[in-house]
Write a protein that binds this ligand. Structure first.
Ligand SMILES: [Zn+2]
Length: 89
């Protein structure tokens, strides 16, 4: 299966972490942290989301061969996030 990324926070997602619609069906575009019961859990701007995600950079580094500083992670997200469905336009 092709790796999917949450279209809100950019984290890799799979059956375990897909968001849920109000009726309990999965939404494969978003993770369960960002999207639950048919709506976004947090109403924020893209920049606020980046700052939020930057808190998890150490956790991300644990599972990644590329170790990023918080600044590098933020820089990458600023490039990556505008391509995500939630932040496009
Ligand atoms: Zn997410």
């Amino acid at each position: 299966m092709e790796q999917k990324f949450c279209q809100s926070c950019g984290m890799p997602i799979d059956e375990q972490t897909f968001g849920k619609e109000a009726d309990g069906t999965v939404n494969e575009d978003y993770c369960h942290y960002c999207y639950a019961e048919g709506k976004f859990t947090v109403d924020c701007t893209m920049e606020e989301m980046i700052v939020h995600c930057a808190k998890f950079v150490e956790e991300f580094n644990k599972d990644s061969e590329t170790k990023l500083t918080k600044e590098e992670a933020i820089e990458q997200m600023r490039k990556f996030f505008p391509t995500l469905k939630r932040w496009k336009n």
